[in-house]
Ligand binder design. Structure first.
Ligand code: F6P
Length: 491
């Protein structure tokens, strides 16, 4: 209701690379999958609440053959709250725009995670062309001169200016889901000016933290001739102003009724331990990530190894389960990362396994939300050790899953979430000793302390949920629109 007050009849169009529902053709017909994506976790409930159209890259195997220029289907399946318009990319477009420029260029550029960004002229050409294709789709979807366009992420840095050119009155809210680096780091990108220029087509440019806003403003200051008003956090460029603001993203807090239907913590524990063949009386730590080198999975495993070395009493009693959803596997960097993790897991298991006991279980497969929730409820702790992360929603999902007020969150200081979730055990994942100590502390934490910490974490996430994230952005956009209308009348 709050969101609809802010939107008040305006048309909403979301643009993202990842689609919220992937339709796959199988022998039994079409099945629908949810992708492993923080962006989708956050934006989907907002779209369900305010309807409109979501423009995204079609990634499933179903429907490719029936594609036409107006491919649209109502989603969520059976509920039909909003439209999904899929853009079907050719293999070359996907290679250059998604794997190439977005994930070999922008991703390591912005995360500064010691993987060198790769910039190829051909990827840049594909990135520009695909941004234009999506921008054209947004313009084609617009039913008025001033729709509200919600642009998601680093796949679409150029799209805001492209949409602005055709729809100068549009309100364009761009949210950057990953970190923004400092000007020196960003400066290595050969197309730094074009990227900044494209992003400044936005009315509002959102980042997770003030720190990333500051980095962005300093980057513009360094590379463009723009007027910056630090006081108001605005940038004037090409006779238009952009507000640069922080909006920490979050999750949808589960509905009371849904929570009542969850299997009990004991039942979850039993199912998980049975499935993995684990003893009942153990300390169960979990990690849930995409198989990505920014997530600190290697550092986490090193810390588990150190824990077992330093406190041998945990051998036989401490089990770490890592769910890692394969991602971007067409890239060599990702494939070799996965192999490295598999090797380290095997090494640790070789060192510390005993009859009936294996310390690390690596589940390299995508898990649907219910299975992840079951694992969170079964666990004694959740370990999030990103080397750099815009926000990290896994940490918030773990907190939301624990209505029993038990379970400890270990959280990297380099995840945006660490700014809000102060009652977690905050660690520097590069420091093996510190992370191992945190594992020990979490495994030994009295129930009363867990309860106190978890209650506080839960009230933070419940309050700062994804509707508040969207609401704050839309409220700022509403003010901005009103001001523009008044100024236009005065002129
Ligand atoms: O963090 C940026 C992001 O777009 C997230 O939304 C999501 O978790 C991840 O990257 C998804 O990556 P991909 O869509 O490439 O699988």
């Amino acid at each position: 209701a709050l969101l609809n007050t802010h939107i008040s009849g305006d048309q909403v169009i979301v643009v993202s690379n990842r689609e919220p529902y992937i339709h796959e053709r199988t022998a039994d017909g079409v099945i629908v999958k949810r992708p492993a994506s923080g962006l989708v976790t956050a934006v989907e409930p907002v779209m369900r609440a305010c309807s409109g159209t979501w423009v995204a890259h079609g990634s499933g195997s179903a429907d490719r053959d029936v594609v036409d220029a107006h491919d649209r289907l109502p989603v969520p399946p059976g509920q039909d709250d909003y439209w999904l318009r899929r853009i079907w990319l050719t293999a070359e477009e996907e290679q250059g725009y998604y794997y190439g420029f977005a994930n070999e260029g922008m991703w390591p550029l912005c995360h500064v995670a010691h993987v060198r960004p790769v910039f190829r002229e051909s990827d840049w050409e594909a990135y520009k062309a695909v941004n234009q294709r999506f921008a054209d789709a947004v313009v084609a979807e617009a039913r008025s001169e001033d729709p509200l366009v919600l642009v998601q992420d680093y796949h679409f840095a150029l799209l805001p200016a492209m949409v602005r050119e055709k729809l100068p009155q549009a309100t364009i809210l761009t949210f950057w889901h990953i970190p923004w680096p400092n000007p020196e780091s960003f400066g290595i990108c050969p197309w730094r000016k074009e990227i900044l220029d494209g992003m400044l087509g936005s009315t509002i440019l959102g980042f997770h933290t003030r720190y990333h806003c500051k980095n962005f403003i300093e980057t513009v200051d360094r590379y463009l001739e723009a007027r910056i008003e630090h006081e108001h956090s605005t940038i004037a460029f090409r006779e238009k102003e952009t507000l640069v603001e922080s909006y920490p993203i979050s999750i949808e807090w589960p509905q009371e009724e849904a929570m009542r239907n969850w299997p009990s913590v004991e039942a979850c524990r039993q199912r998980v331990t049975e499935r993995l063949g684990l003893p009942q009386d153990l300390c169960l730590a979990v990690g849930v990530d995409r198989f990505d080198y920014t997530k600190g999975i290697l550092e986490r495993l090193n810390a588990v190894e150190r824990l077992l070395e330093k406190w041998p009493q945990w051998i036989g009693r401490f089990v770490f389960v890592q769910v890692a959803a394969p991602t971007r596997s067409a890239l060599e960097e990702y494939r070799s990362f996965q192999e490295r993790i598999e090797r380290v897991t095997a090494r640790i298991n070789e060192r510390f396994s005993r009859p009936g006991y294996q310390p690390v279980h690596l589940l390299a497969a995508h898990h649907e939300p219910d299975a992840v929730n079951e694992l969170f409820r079964a666990a004694d702790m959740c370990v999030v050790t990103s080397l750099h992360d815009g926000m990290n929603l896994v940490s918030k999902e773990f907190v939301a899953a624990r209505d029993d007020l038990q379970g400890v969150l270990i959280l990297s200081r380099f995840a945006g979430a660490a700014r809000e979730l102060a009652e977690a055990l905050i660690v520097n994942p590069y420091h093996v000793e510190e992370t191992a100590d945190a594992l020990h502390r979490a495994a030994s934490m009295p129930a009363a302390e867990q309860r106190e910490r978890m209650a506080s974490l839960r009230s933070t996430v419940r309050e700062s949920n994804v509707f508040r994230w969207a609401g704050r952005m839309l409220l700022d956009a509403g003010r901005w629109r009103l001001r523009a209308r008044i100024e236009a009348r005065v002129r």
